[in-house]
Design a binder for this molecule. Structure first.
Ligand SMILES: [Zn+2]
Length: 386
């Protein structure tokens, strides 16, 4: 159970003191003939790259710094927020107007009271103009009086990255799209309850999708799927699945037994029939069910009946609880193929394949079983590994 979460407030506190109580805008000019204010002299436009400007210190909570570039990253609201490569950003940037590019790629700022979304009172979602990631929702928009669209919280904290901005002789916190690193504006600590935050946006950085309208593909969450695997001690199985690129979440629990909401003690000592099971939520666009099956057979020994190494009892049995008929077919075919391989030449695979609809509910295990190896280190020995 390890989904990305960001402590935005904590990162803001770490970013430094906010000297002015009076709302500070992103810019100081007034509305003129141009749609955009010209950058002040001291402001050197940065090249259109997602890299960190020399005068900015990346915030520790930024997903771009916490994750390997190649590893997919998902938010709690199930969006793929893997940082986009420069080549993709360059491709997307071709659709931007000159004014939009100035704001999004070169950290420009619209003049106050000039943005097209300032007075938008419609219900809907504000998405990144460059990559489409949902950034803010209409239910957190408020009139700050500053002249820029203002919100008191993001759509999902993981979708908006922050970094320290010391330009213009001020210490501010810049906000960027977590996926494409496009500049959005700044966030200040003088917003309304419940967060006390004011996200000050440039309209040019946003697109608006009205409620009831279809979301563009780039603005939709991942079409996540679910799979269930029982292969001995769930601490190790959960830990291994969690590390696979494309696995969004892995949770330890109990499945296939006779009572509701069992405790670990009941499963171990009262013969409830549950197997220690890991519920895997995955992104089929990144990892297939067949790849999960292949990993599962590496994570445990499917020839051990009602045990796994030193752990003995039917709660440690090898089982696949299938979420639909396609998974059942894939699991049967996979085991048939595996049985014919050299690895299992003289050993019978005893893995059960049971429809999840027959196995009953998946019951999440107690909190201390979740992310056990992540929190406590070590790893369970796995006979099938290596
Ligand atoms: Zn974006």
């Amino acid at each position: 159970m390890k989904l990305l979460s960001l402590a935005l407030s904590a990162s803001l506190l770490a970013a430094g003191a906010f000297a002015a109580f009076k709302p500070v805008g992103c810019w100081f000019g007034s509305c003129g003939t141009s749609a955009l204010a010209q950058p002040v002299q001291a402001m050197t436009p940065t090249p259109p790259t997602p890299s960190t400007p020399a005068d900015s210190k990346p915030d520790a909570s930024m997903p771009t710094t916490a994750t390997k570039p190649s590893a997919p990253v998902y938010s709690k609201s199930l969006y793929d927020i893997t940082p986009l490569p420069k080549s993709r950003i360059d491709e997307l940037a071709k659709k931007l107007t000159k004014e939009e590019a100035e704001v999004i790629l070169s950290k420009g700022t619209e003049r106050p009271f000039c943005g097209t979304l300032l007075d938008n009172k419609k219900q809907g979602t504000y998405v990144c103009r460059l990559c489409g990631l949902p950034l803010f929702a209409s239910d957190s928009k408020f009139d700050s009086g500053t002249g820029w669209p203002s919100f008191f919280k993001p759509f999902d904290p993981a979708h908006v990255a922050t970094r320290r901005d010391t330009s213009h002789g001020m210490i501010r916190t810049e906000i960027n799209c977590a996926r494409c690193d496009g500049h959005l504006g700044h966030v200040f600590e003088d917003g309304p309850p419940p967060t006390g935050l004011r996200f000050c946006l440039n309209s040019a950085s946003l697109d608006f999708v009205e409620k009831g309208q279809p979301m563009p593909e780039a603005s939709r969450p991942v079409a996540a799927a679910t799979a269930y695997f029982a292969g001995g001690c769930f601490w190790g199985v959960e830990d291994r699945f969690q590390q696979l690129p494309g696995v969004i979440d892995a949770v330890s629990g109990y499945m296939g037994g006779r009572i509701k909401n069992p405790t670990y003690k009941q499963v171990c000592s009262e013969g409830t029939g549950h197997a220690e099971t890991v519920k895997v939520t995955f992104d089929p666009a990144r990892i297939s069910y067949d790849q999960l099956l292949g990993a599962f057979f590496k994570f445990h020994d499917p020839t051990q009946l009602n045990r796994q190494g030193p752990d003995i009892g039917d709660q440690y049995r090898s089982a696949i609880f299938t979420d639909n008929e396609d998974q059942a077919k894939a699991a049967r075919a996979f085991i048939e193929n595996q049985q014919a391989t050299e690895r299992f030449r003289n050993r019978r695979i005893v893995t059960q394949i049971v429809p999840a609809s027959q196995a009953g509910a998946f019951w999440m295990a107690e909190e201390y079983h979740q992310d056990y190896h992540l929190k406590n280190g070590g790893h369970c020995p796995m006979p099938g590994d290596g």
